[in-house]
Design a protein around this ligand. Sequence first.
Ligand SMILES: Nc1ncnc2c1ncn2[C@@H]1O[C@H](COP(=O)(O)OP(=O)(O)O)[C@@H](O)[C@H]1O
Ligand SMILES: [Mg+2]
Length: 252
Amino acid sequence: MLTIRDLGVNFSGFWALKDVDLDVSEKSRHAIIGPNGAGKSTLFNAITGYLKPTTGRVNLDGQDITGRPPHELVKSGLGRSFQRVNVFQDLTVFENIQAALLAHHSRAYDLFTPGARLYRAEAEAILEQVGLKDEANRVAATLAYGKQKQLEFALSLASEPKILLLDEPTAGMSPRETSEILDLIVRIQEAQGFTLLFTEHDMEFVFAIAETLTVLVQGRPLATGAPADVRDDPEVQRVYLGGHASGGKDAA
Ligand SMILES: Nc1ncnc2c1ncn2[C@@H]1O[C@H](COP(=O)(O)OP(=O)(O)O)[C@@H](O)[C@H]1O
Ligand SMILES: [Mg+2]
């Protein structure tokens, strides 16, 4: 459903991404792994419209979306989560979800809008799904870090993504929080059937969750395939995974 060809990003002479070909299948869980500075975030930024690629094309569902701005891409079903900027700190959890639903449905708020149009039922359903029901009336700024992350994930669901891109969704989390939020993400991804493209530094979780794995090294894809095959690839072993074939945090 997502097809990337010859993608390149050049930062004043330095190719952060070069010759990237990548196919992400519908409804799959596809992880991008690689050392720090490999270009993972740059790849996500180029796909989601936060930076314009220097070369190449990005296709979503057969449509060329190269260089289109983020808000247009969200409308096309390309969601991106875990951006602190999307959370209104002064609004409650419930109001944040309502605002995201309103934004998605492009309905301007006005005093004559009947209650039903404020997406109360939809907001409640999302809160229930992500396990934030008890926090519905809390002001976002007062939430603990893990709950903030859950809220950001909830907000990304409001746009009903066909594909969701998560760049290190568990950054800064404890192993327990990491395990909880990844469980949640997988549960909702399976229930809603969207495609998930993500990066994650903890190899144990990557191998537990991903159906397809791409190893990115110095801006170029080194290998793509089923996790077990990629893990056993001698070149991947040599360049990246090294002694961490069975999984472990150090590999990142
Ligand atoms: N805006 C930028 N300007 C210049 N160089 C950048 C910029 N963003 C990233 N880079 C460089 O591009 C490379 C890839 O970075 P990044 O995509 O953040 O890697 P990763 O997410 O895999 O750790 C790094 O060498 C980084 O320093
Ligand atoms: Mg990164």
